[in-house]
Design a protein around this ligand. Structure first.
Ligand SMILES: Nc1ncnc2c1ncn2[C@@H]1O[C@H](COP(=O)(O)OP(=O)(O)O)[C@@H](O)[C@H]1O
Ligand SMILES: [Mg+2]
Length: 366
């Protein structure tokens, strides 16, 4: 009874990632599984997230369907792992973010946890972000607490960078007297994916090859980096509410000359790399090693640009620390389930801006 399942579906809306892990006496990743989100379902999720004409029925139907899909991901993971389900203490489900508005006091992740509990017969813990928001925090990023728990090193300053739909980082000074810092740096893959789908017809720019074929448009990059989010001090978090196609189209419309599609892709990759690099440069660390995780770790062009902008930091992936970059976020939600089950705080108040440490999540018994 000491195993936990983590379920993650991020802003990229590419897949449901599921892991089976244990945290005591030490971390161990036992099994992993990914269930793709079909393009039509992705489209329906994005339409709901973007809706201005709200339908409670449409919301309810997707909440239910995603709850069932999360349960399927868990049941498939359990079968693949060969583990007896009675050994599993709880599932930690992030849910699918439909809206993230900590400025208005709410954040909304859907995928009915009651249905997950019903269809897996496992205790399901969900809705991790809202307690932090209720305590005055951003409700995001939540992964830094897990990064600290797993990746802190007393002999080296480290930065963990998660490049998902959005990108976020965790600063881990070797000196435990120094604070852990964590925040969203801005867009990760989300704009790259959308522009690529529109012009290349594929879900993402594999290895960043198309972006690498273009030339960075200096005016577009400068206009994008002038968005106040980039220079705002932490705590800060962001989402598709800000960095979306409308945001990009507005910037392009204001240029004296429209860049080619490939040049826009190159500029978007540069934006992600520059905004991450500049955030790392400002951290109070000495020659940190940067460990990348999330799907962006597969984007060779993006990583090359990050290396270019961070010549004094060694850049590698979390695989070097024993956890493959594809599974870090799902593992973090398994860890949050473990924290909730054992009544330990899941947030870092200094990161989210909450009034204090809080036990996160609502528990739906088996
Ligand atoms: N081989 C690859 N080349 C380039 N980008 C990739 C590759 N594999 C994954 N990605 C990117 O990673 C994204 C998924 O990252 P992920 O960490 O799952 O984000 P999220 O947490 O938002 O779901 C994809 O949408 C894509 O942009
Ligand atoms: Mg994903």
């Amino acid at each position: 009874m000491s195993l936990y399942i983590g379920l993650m579906s991020g802003t990229s809306v590419d897949a449901i990632d599921a892991v089976l892990a244990r945290f005591a006496p030490r971390f161990e990743l036992l099994s992993q599984h990914s269930v793709p989100i079909e393009p039509t379902l992705k489209q329906r999720i994005l339409e709901l997230a973007d809706a201005t004409d709200y339908s409670i029925d449409r919301y309810g139907a997707l909440d239910t369907e995603l709850g069932d899909l999360f349960a399927t991901a868990v049941n498939e993971l359990v079968t693949l792992s060969g583990i007896n389900p009675t050994q599993i203490s709880a599932i930690g489900s992030h849910g699918q973010t439909i809206r993230h508005r900590p400025d208005l006091g709410f954040t909304l992740q859907i995928g009915d946890p009651s249905r997950i509990a019903e269809r897996t017969r496992m205790t399901t813990i969900a809705d991790f972000r809202r307690r932090d928001v209720a305590a005055g925090g951003q409700g995001a990023p939540l992964v830094p607490a897990f990064h600290q728990w797993l990746f802190h090193c007393s002999s080296e300053d480290r930065v963990i960078v998660n490049i998902g739909g959005m990108a976020n980082l965790t600063s881990l000074p070797s000196d435990t007297q120094q604070p852990v810092i964590g925040f969203d740096t801005g867009p990760g893959n989300v704009l790259l994916d959308e522009w690529n789908l529109c012009h290349q017809g594929t879900a993402y720019d594999a290895e960043g090859a198309w972006g690498a074929s273009g030339v960075v448009d200096a005016a577009l990059l400068e206009a994008a980096l002038a968005t106040p989010f980039f220079s705002a001090p932490p705590p800060k978090s962001t989402g598709r509410e800000l960095f979306n196609r409308r945001w990009l189209d507005t910037l392009i419309d204001q240029l004296p000359q429209a860049p080619s599609a490939a040049d826009v892709q190159a500029t978007l990759a540069e934006l992600t790399a520059r905004s991450i690099a500049e955030a790392i440069d400002l951290l109070p660390l000495s020659r940190p090693t940067t460990f990348v995780c999330g799907g962006g770790a597969h984007n060779a062009h993006l990583i090359a640009r990050l290396r270019h902008h961070l010549p004094s930091s060694r850049i590698t992936s979390t695989a070097e620390l024993g956890l493959h970059p594809d599974w870090v976020e799902a593992a973090a939600f398994a860890w949050l389930a473990w924290r909730a089950e054992t009544r330990q705080p899941g947030n870092l108040a200094a990161v989210t801006g909450a009034e204090g440490a809080r036990i996160l999540g609502a528990i739906y018994p088996a």
